[in-house]
Design a protein around this ligand. Structure first.
Ligand SMILES: Cc1ncc(COP(=O)(O)O)c(C=O)c1O
Length: 403
């Protein structure tokens, strides 16, 4: 008997054959997308409830962002930072204003922006705080995810991210996430910064206890340390506010942004801070060929303008109530816990039923895309353009998978 391979099977096989296995994707081969929906090479449609880990907050191919990209492609795509281009200052000013900071420093990927924040914090520590040369330390949290460079994995607590990639970069102290007393105990005169995610995404959308973020803010102010908020996944509307820190009225010294800033079109990341912090950098001390390129700036400026309307934050807050109510109704029906804020949820599947991976495979068979993490957890982060009925649909599919 001749069994014809589907396009999906062929593409999955080719991908396995020709790439390093540094990911374990679901066997879904996407060919097209619009809004909250993607279509695979065999014509099946899926509701995207991952949204590129929040890189697609505005949905796939948002018309305003696509128009900005097209217009820019027809004019100018790259100059390098050896010159200034006509999209640069507008983007930097509008993003700085959105963040309420004096300056921004554009890079490309999230990990690069985190590296930028680390370098800036160390330099600030030596030049402004007066830490003896080579002794600066940065406090980070257990369960963190800030990217995968050699320095960043040096302070990861995830063995998969870290093991066999040493020797590791020194200068980091790890404390339990959400524990203010442990954080205060770890501070000494060499501490230049506290680097945390205001909600830990990869860890399973872990929200710290109320008062933790304000406590970190106060401690940083008292002990002359920079509060660096990695809002790469939590920021830009995902949680129902522009930044996850906003929920507790907290303003960090440095925002680290990425993912959604590129509108799901180009990689764009930045660090935003006041002149007293970012002003420590001098020419030649940091940079990237593609950082702040014209195409990136043109798209990201429109991202900032979409956020300025407040529409996406509002949608996330309002529809998030619906998402969380629906998910909570499944606790005891196959789910053991639900966490998160706005249109962002981490749900723990009863491990006796199935793994997170199995749940995601079964959801994909039912036309809903989500991604597992840490065994029995799955993350839901649909594009902020999702409609109420689509949320109900996703929850109904999850209920069916758990039944
Ligand atoms: C909080 C956080 N920081 C940093 C990163 C790294 O971003 P990138 O994959 O663009 O390097 C991620 C990616 O998931 C993230 O969630």
């Amino acid at each position: 008997m001749i069994v014809e391979r589907t396009r999906t099977q062929a593409a999955v096989g080719d991908a396995e054959r020709w790439t390093a296995h540094n990911y374990h994707p679901l066997p879904v081969v996407v060919a097209q997308a619009e809004g909250a929906w993607v279509t695979d090479v065999d014509g099946r449609r899926y509701l995207d409830c991952l949204a590129g880990y929040s890189a697609l907050n505005f949905g796939h191919r948002h018309p305003t962002l696509i128009a900005a990209a097209h217009a820019q492609l027809d004019r100018l795509t790259l100059t390098s930072r050896a010159f200034i281009h006509d999209q640069f200052a507008t983007f930097c000013r509008e993003l700085a204003e959105l963040c309420g900071k004096d300056l921004v420093l554009p890079m490309n990927t999230g990990a690069e922006a985190v590296e930028t924040a680390i370098k800036v914090a160390r330099k600030w520590g030596y030049q402004v705080k007066g830490v003896p040369d080579g002794q600066a330390t940065i406090i980070v949290a257990d369960g963190n995810f800030h990217g995968r460079t050699t320095t960043i994995v040096s302070f990861s607590t995830d063995p998969d991210a870290r093991d066999d990639f040493g020797p590791y970069t020194p200068g980091f102290k790890i404390v339990p996430y959400g524990d203010l007393a442990a954080l205060a105990d770890a501070v000494d005169d060499t501490t230049v910064a506290v680097l945390i995610e205001p909600i830990q995404g990869e860890q399973g959308v872990v929200v710290p206890p109320p008062g933790y973020l304000p406590g970190v803010r106060d401690l940083c102010t008292q002990r002359d340390m920079l509060f660096i908020a990695d809002e790469i996944q939590s920021g830009l509307g995902r949680t129902g506010e522009t930044f996850a820190c906003d929920h507790e009225g907290v303003r960090p010294d440095m925002y680290v942004l990425g993912k959604a800033l590129g509108g799901g079109i180009v990689p764009v990341s930045t660090v935003a801070a006041d002149r007293s912090v970012l002003g420590v950098l001098r020419p030649g001390q940091h940079g990237s060929t593609f950082g702040g390129n014209p195409l990136a700036c043109a798209v990201a400026t429109e991202v900032v303008r979409l956020l300025r309307t407040g529409e996406f934050q509002r949608r996330s807050a309002e529809l998030g109530v619906r998402l969380h109510a629906g998910l909570r109704s499944l606790v005891g029906e196959g789910l053991v816990a639900v966490r998160g804020r706005g249109l962002w949820a981490g749900v723990d599947i009863d491990p006796a039923l199935m793994t997170g991976r199995q749940a995601c495979e079964r959801l994909a068979e039912r036309g809903v895309l989500a991604k597992d993490t840490h065994g029995s957890t799955i993350r839901l982060a649909p594009p902020l353009v999702i409609e109420a009925a689509e949320i109900d649909h996703a929850i109904a599919q999850l209920a069916a998978v758990l039944r």
